[in-house]
Design a protein around this ligand. Structure first.
Ligand code: FMN
Length: 208
């Protein structure tokens, strides 16, 4: 049985473009995998705190020596990592915030990148531990950051996510962009804005 982990990180609900895309992606995925399991993780409603000294101390302590308090401190991290391990693939909705990922998604990343759990070092080189998994990032941005445009260099979403997911072993990654969502304010309708990204998602499932 296949499992997909759906992660949403937009603070918006029905007005969110990226949530529209993750919902569409999962619907298509379920059509292809009628017996498949969907794990949904909404970062807008998950209580994520910045890592602090106590968390860092616990995360770097050998597992057998963890105190009950340290286990409590790491409980959410363990839960989030279990979701990653349980899934064959991930679909992640990402709104661009200030040229990068939203703060909630960064807090999630800080919880799931852990030496000995999702990454390791072999002969001094990083070796990710989440092997044979793939990730699709559905990115919504107010502006347009296509390659070759002056704004392209300001897109820190894609290079960062490629790097950090590669670090934990997920190198099979795809990006689908819903760009120029700010055009909504100028009277362009949602369907028109979403159309290229939806077409890309549909093409992906048709090719599968
Ligand atoms: C706090 C904040 C920061 C944003 N920063 C950018 C930005 O740097 N570049 C951009 O193109 N759009 C930016 N936007 C616009 C969003 O990327 C756009 O509204 C997108 O549709 C958000 O995805 P969502 O609809 O799934 O929430 C920002 C929006 C917010 C709320």
């Amino acid at each position: 049985m296949k499992t997909i982990l759906r992660i949403d990180s937009s603070p918006l609900d029905s007005a969110s473009f990226s949530r529209h895309l993750t919902a569409e992606f999962v619907q298509k995925w379920q059509h292809m995998n009628p017996d498949g399991k969907v794990i949904a993780r909404d970062l807008a409603t998950t209580k994520l705190s910045p890592v602090n000294a106590e968390w860092i101390g616990a995360a770097h302590s050998p597992e057998p020596s963890l105190t009950p308090r340290q286990r409590e401190v790491l409980a959410l991290s363990e839960e989030l990592i279990a979701e990653l391990n349980a899934a064959d693939e991930f679909v992640i909705g990402v709104p661009m915030h200030n040229f990068s990922i939203p703060a909630t998604l960064k807090l999630w990343i800080d919880q799931i990148v852990r030496i000995g759990k999702t990454t390791s070092y072999e002969n001094g080189a990083p070796a990710g531990l989440l092997r044979n998994k793939k990730a699709t990032f559905l990115v919504a941005s107010g502006g347009v950051y296509s390659p070759g445009t002056p704004m392209a260099a300001m897109n820190f979403v894609e290079p960062y996510l490629r790097s950090v997911f590669g670090f934990i072993g997920v190198t099979d990654t795809r990006f689908v962009n819903a760009s120029g969502t700010a055009r909504l304010q100028y009277g362009i309708d949602r369907e028109t804005i979403l159309q290229p990204a939806l077409a890309s998602i549909h093409a992906h499932f048709q090719a599968a």
